[in-house]
Design a binder for this molecule. Sequence first.
Ligand SMILES: [Zn+2]
Ligand SMILES: [Zn+2]
Length: 418
Amino acid sequence: MNTYYADLHIHSKYSRATSPECDLIPLHHWAQLKGISVCGTGDCTHPDWSKTLKESLILDQDNGLYTLKPNLRGTLTHQLPESCRAPVHFMLTGEISSIYKRDNQTRKVHSLILLPSLEAAATLNTKLAALGNIFSDGRPILKVDPRNLLEMLLEIDPRCALIPAHIWTPWFSMLGSKSGFDSIEECFGDLTPHIFAVETGLSSDAPMNHRVGFLQKITLVSNSDIHSPARLGRNATRFFGTPSYDNIMAAIKGRAPHLFGGTVDLFPEEGKYYHNGHRSCGVSLTPEQSMACDNLCPACGRMLTIGVLHRVMELAEKHPPLISAKRCPVPPYHHIIPLDELLSHQIGNAITSKRVKAAYLHALATAGPELPLLIDAAAKQLDALNEAGAMIKQVRLGKVHKTPGFDGIYGRIYPQDA
Ligand SMILES: [Zn+2]
Ligand SMILES: [Zn+2]
């Protein structure tokens, strides 16, 4: 069975705080290095990016996805190891930041949107332009209730989808502790049946999400939400079969084991909001430690920033699992440490150093693109990579050291010695 990877939530150079490299040709290049077969375009609501997409992409009639026009595909091929060269398809995707009032409270919820065609994206943009400024940011901030955004998408084309983005981040997410909700129903009301997937985000994984009753029956997807193409696929979703718009939708809607291969996540402890804490005070606490001091910072006495683990525990208490673990096993998932981080750990130089970059390309030239290498490669292939291969094996077994992230600071994860 063919295995392939998709990373559907990314940002273009038109989003705030992104690299100018977030353009189609570098994305096409990095997708091949990472082993991403289907890459989101990101930011399809931005008029200038949307124009670039229209000029540079063509519809592949065979699968309902888009590819770079042939004259653009070869631009960086000379820099690409032979072992990584593969077709890359693009899906039209974007993210909307909804800031709006519900029940007199300000809510901030991010939604990932998937669209089947450039025409659907153009219609959406006309409608969104009437609601606010879609030029200001690749991820526009609009005063639109996500329920109404979903309704708008389904009216434009019933093949569109809305996936609540990084659902646990304290600010800007459906279940976020600061300005979100306690369930999907509270956010989407009568349209809840049209929400068939949620995005795990950087600080959570499948087992954590599975602790909450209403998330047991929903598909979990994972995406990188990148602001620079070199980070593509740090989180991704795994699929089986032939890549196509309809197959991806069917996999997400039905979770059939012959189509849906589960999530690929960094270890959730690496996320910026795993533990509770205070960045300025250097305080990082587990939910238990935090509750023992009423969630007040032992250093400054102010309220701690509540992390994802705490929020998951809170909602799992409110919405306990509906079905026993036996009858409803945790969906498939894989934890990874990106290859450049492993090599940087092994070599002792920064990820951006020449040595690490050269070792990275050498490993890919030997054993193929990154995600299939980290997840699917046989032991024999890993042996060809010597020390790096041994580290990948340790990561697959979960044998890693973890320093959890908190209050906006990334955690640190590295493999135990074999
Ligand atoms: Zn977001
Ligand atoms: Zn403090």
